[in-house]
Design a protein around this ligand. Structure first.
Ligand code: AMP
Length: 190
């Protein structure tokens, strides 16, 4: 198995690049944001609970996202590997992911972190909000809150993987193709 965490602040390009990575490496894409949005659009109890937090840019409780990811891993135990996008977002989630993967005798092989400066993130998210319809992309206060949540709760996850010598920083500025080439080099060196 090849298991990769694609990491970065909101607007770094994780979703765009995940799509290319899964096409090239035949990995299963697990995006907690996408799974939660699908729960909301299906009107499930979980979706209803998550929606008000997501609309404000706050994190959904660890137990909820860990449970979701646990199910998806168990459903795809024959997969070539996984690309985790938007997960783990807290150190508790990263620890839980290590435990889940060890139950399947596997582990995270690499964290690929897309590095993009804050002003560029805000520009990209506001532009995306105009076409995506995502409530959390449409207002600068919400975007700034998501960046704040990222810095305070999610950045420690990078340190967690640095300590395991699995962190690989990638320049997230450039064309989609250029960034994808950098990611492929990092995956192939893993
Ligand atoms: P994303 O699509 O990754 O930008 O996620 C959109 C929103 O979903 C986030 O702002 C959070 O409210 C929620 N979310 C997604 N992934 C997680 C996670 N791993 N932990 C907690 N909340 C999450």
């Amino acid at each position: 198995m090849l298991n990769i965490v694609l990491f970065g602040p909101p607007g770094a390009g994780k979703g765009t690049q995940s799509q290319r990575i899964i096409d090239k490496y035949a990995l299963i894409h697990l995006s907690t944001g996408d799974i939660l949005r699908s729960e909301i659009s299906r009107g499930t109890e979980l979706g209803l609970q998550a929606k008000h937090l997501m609309d404000k840019g706050e994190l959904v409780p660890d137990s909820v996202v860990i449970g979701m990811i646990g199910h998806k891993i168990a459903e795809n135990r024959e997969a070539e590997g996984f690309i985790f996008d938007g997960f783990p977002r807290t150190v508790a989630q990263a620890e839980a992911l290590d435990n889940l993967l060890s139950e399947f005798n596997t582990e995270i092989h690499e964290m690929i972190a897309l590095e993009v400066e804050e002003e560029e993130l805000k520009k990209r998210l506001l532009a995306r909000g105009k076409i995506s319809g995502r409530v959390d992309d449409q207002n600068i206060a919400k975007i700034e809150n998501r960046i704040h949540v990222y810095k305070s709760q999610t950045l420690p996850v990078a340190t967690y993987y640095q300590k395991q010598e699995k962190y690989k920083g990638i320049n997230g500025i450039g064309s989609i193709e250029e960034i994808f080439d950098r990611i492929c080099s990092a995956i192939e060196a893993a």
